[in-house]
Design a protein around this ligand. Structure first.
Ligand SMILES: C[S@@+](CC[C@H](N)C(=O)[O-])C[C@H]1O[C@@H](n2cnc3c(N)ncnc32)[C@H](O)[C@@H]1O
Length: 248
């Protein structure tokens, strides 16, 4: 099995995975996992729509990018990519801070945490980042540090299974990539809007699972961004990303 070649540990990556999964999901600061993530990601601040946010991401220069992807010891690292939908939302929030200022914001499916970080930078009073992947939680703590942003609370769970909370704004970047998930989100967001009048913004680069979904008939286009070349290359020909407002 693959053995770490540097750092303080000589555990194999598969042992590392087991080690982490025995810990409570709330323990985001496991030093060994943190060292592993820092060793196997790269700090990026260009090639996307928000160069003012620094992020640890998987890049072609990282050893797990292609040939060793199957040896990655955790769940698929969706958090290690800054998706076009999240990029558009973050750009929009940074350029229009009044959208979040003094309000509460839920970033559902936060991944690397960039959109939650944009909300904090733009003056939101309360931000919650939510993902189902505990490693995303760790990555978000590291990314907050990189941007000198106070870490926001992070909920690792399927929030659509829990009771509704009141949010001024819910943002979802690239979350409509799976039909079942899209149905759940559609239903749950509708309830939030009905109960609390929550504003919902969705970022998406035109994925068929999104444009073909029934939610699409209830959206209003807010803004469209042309994607930078490196993001286009990583996303198989997608050229723009749109922020939509969901108003059933
Ligand atoms: C395509 S990525 C988008 C990440 C980020 N919003 C962005 O735009 O860069 C989807 C993320 O949603 C998370 N996810 C999937 N199902 C979820 C659920 N039911 N609740 C919360 N997060 C979920 C995944 O773990 C992943 O980090």
């Amino acid at each position: 099995s693959l053995t770490k070649t540097s750092g303080t540990s000589s555990r194999s990556t598969s042992q590392l995975g087991r080690h982490f999964h025995h810990r409570t999901p709330g323990n985001f600061l496991d030093p060994e996992v943190r060292a592993f993530l820092e060793e196997n990601t790269e700090v990026i601040s260009s090639g996307n729509l928000t160069p003012e946010i620094r992020l640890r991401l998987l890049t072609p220069r990282c050893r797990f990018w292609k040939e060793r992807a199957d040896l990655w010891p955790f769940a698929d690292p969706f958090w290690a990519i800054y998706w076009p939908g999240g990029q558009a939302l973050s750009r929009y929030i940074l350029d229009n801070p009044n959208i979040v200022r003094m309000g509460s914001v839920l970033d559902l499916g936060s991944g690397c945490g960039a959109t939650a970080i944009a909300a904090v930078m733009s003056g939101a009073s309360h931000v919650l980042a939510n993902d189902i992947d505990p490693i995303a939680g760790m990555a978000m703590v590291i990314n907050c540090e990189l941007n000198n942003v106070n870490p926001f609370p992070i909920a690792i769970k399927n929030i659509t299974d829990t009771k509704l909370d009141k949010w001024d704004l819910i943002v979802l970047g690239d979350m409509f990539y799976d039909e079942h998930l899209a149905d759940c989100l559609h239903h749950w967001l509708g309830k939030c809007i009905k109960m609390y009048g929550t504003k919902v913004l969705i970022g998406d680069p035109g994925r068929p699972q999104f444009t073909g979904h029934s939610i699409h008939r209830q959206l209003h286009k807010v803004i469209e961004y042309s994607l930078p070349e490196p993001t286009r290359r990583e996303n198989n020909g997608l050229t723009s990303s749109i922020v939509w407002s969901y108003q059933p």
